[in-house]
Design a protein around this ligand. Sequence first.
Ligand SMILES: NC(=O)c1ccc[n+]([C@@H]2O[C@H](COP(=O)([O-])OP(=O)(O)OC[C@H]3O[C@@H](n4cnc5c(N)ncnc54)[C@H](O)[C@@H]3O)[C@@H](O)[C@H]2O)c1
Length: 524
Amino acid sequence: MGAGIVEVFARNGIPVVAVEISEAALERGRAHLTGSTDRAVARGKLAEADRDALLGRVTFAVGLDALRSVDLVVEAVPERLDLKRRLFAELDRICRPEAILATNTSSLSVTEIAVATTRPAQVIGLHFFNPAPVMKLVEVVRTVVTSADVVADVEALCGRLGKVDVTIGDRAGFIANALLFGYLNQAIGMYEARYASREDIDAAMKLGCGLPMGPLALLDLIGLDTAYEILETMYRRGGRDRRHAPVPLLRQMVTAGLLGRKSGRGFYTYERPGSAKLVPDEHTPNPADGAGREIAKVGVVGTGPLAAGLAEHLAKAGYQVVPATADVLAPLADVDLVVEAVDDEPYAKTAVLAGLDEVCQPGVVLATTTSTLPVIELAMATGRPADVVGLHFFGPDAAGPLVEIVRTIRTSAQTTDTARALSAALGRTGVVCGDRAGFIVNALLFPYLNDAVRMLEAGYSTVEDIDHAMKLGCGCPSGPFELLRTVGLEVALTIQRRLYQESREPGLAPAPLLEQLVTAHAEV
Ligand SMILES: NC(=O)c1ccc[n+]([C@@H]2O[C@H](COP(=O)([O-])OP(=O)(O)OC[C@H]3O[C@@H](n4cnc5c(N)ncnc54)[C@H](O)[C@@H]3O)[C@@H](O)[C@H]2O)c1
């Protein structure tokens, strides 16, 4: 983060003194800066002369003495309170009395850092996002003692840096990380529980929500040690919400030196430390594995937009499509696979699955598009649960690029492979996951939306600033409240209730404000 922040200042014409703890660390920082600016030149985003001018504005030094005459310090040392407090006490001694001391902490109390100095009114949070040169947002964190002049100066500085700032109080995780880290931690939990593979979790969130990267790839970028410290602090400061208690695997990975991109290995393996380039490892799926059964003729049951959309996409992909209704399943006697897309209602779905069991030949794959029922309940309505799989398409007519393939505890590997091959033939990315409420996408997305409603309810920030923070700080295509408006509050509440009822996780209980808005037929 330090190197990224140096680049932001230097790029905007401001001379910077880049300080590290040792020559080796300074060299790493310098390499990060030159690597980043060289890439910007190669991509045509920065002229060579501007790159040289940028680098000319940076002085590199080991030790804090080089900071005697600066106007502002941005601290970006590891996320540990004792370390930051010691550093600020030292900066307070070394820097000019007028200098502003800012911390880039993600989760620690800016107030506790400020009171380690004799100038707490001049201490402020200046929280950049990773990668700092790219992400537009800066969270400006004022404590109860930060002076109004300092806040105004720092806000003006953000403008000079081409950043958009939101100014907020001193609460664990501020806006963006308070919403992001519950989601990231939950994704680690899914991976740890082998609910889905790392590739599938990441692909699901990229394609299902339009995010620039999946959660596990993002954790590798953030650094797993930093992520661990942030979660620990958020758990302690943020009301001991179990959603923030670091998943045990994270600690194990940090202990094992798997820190993400910076060490060359985290959830994924990279070409070398500091590189963004992925290389295959022992967990990389082999595309040649498991082709599944040969499928030529596909039955589609249902009369709604999903069934119609599916029939059209399947036909375009070259399958022979046999349409059927829930009442008349006889035409499906000789198909290889059936997708049922009737009303998502237990009685209707169970009846269709039982009917298909009677009509279809042995070995036919029976796929259900349910998004609200456990797939195993439908599978057990047949005498062949090994052949039953969930296929959760996105968009009302299945036009989305993602398909969640839900394998129950009885689904055979061959059935799952067949579903993956079908998804690929449809030009969709199929991700395989377990049979739990919300599958991958909704299970990760809706608790995050619910957390945003809770934050609003607590009066910490506004709808606009929360939306802004998530778009500009995390690259979300829309803010949580924009998304809630698109999805509909009632749908969001129904999904959240199901997630809560299944997990009984207190942190997943629907936000009271969400319940009230739905009861009052109000918008947010
Ligand atoms: N990683 C992210 O995505 C991210 C995003 C926003 C904010 N932050 C925050 O930025 C801070 C740094 O995080 P990071 O991920 O860059 O950590 P990091 O561990 O990658 O880098 C920390 C750097 O601080 C240096 N350092 C340690 N002690 C020092 C000292 N006494 N003086 C000078 N330098 C010292 C280390 O040598 C190291 O290079 C943390 O507070 C973190 O919460 C991180």
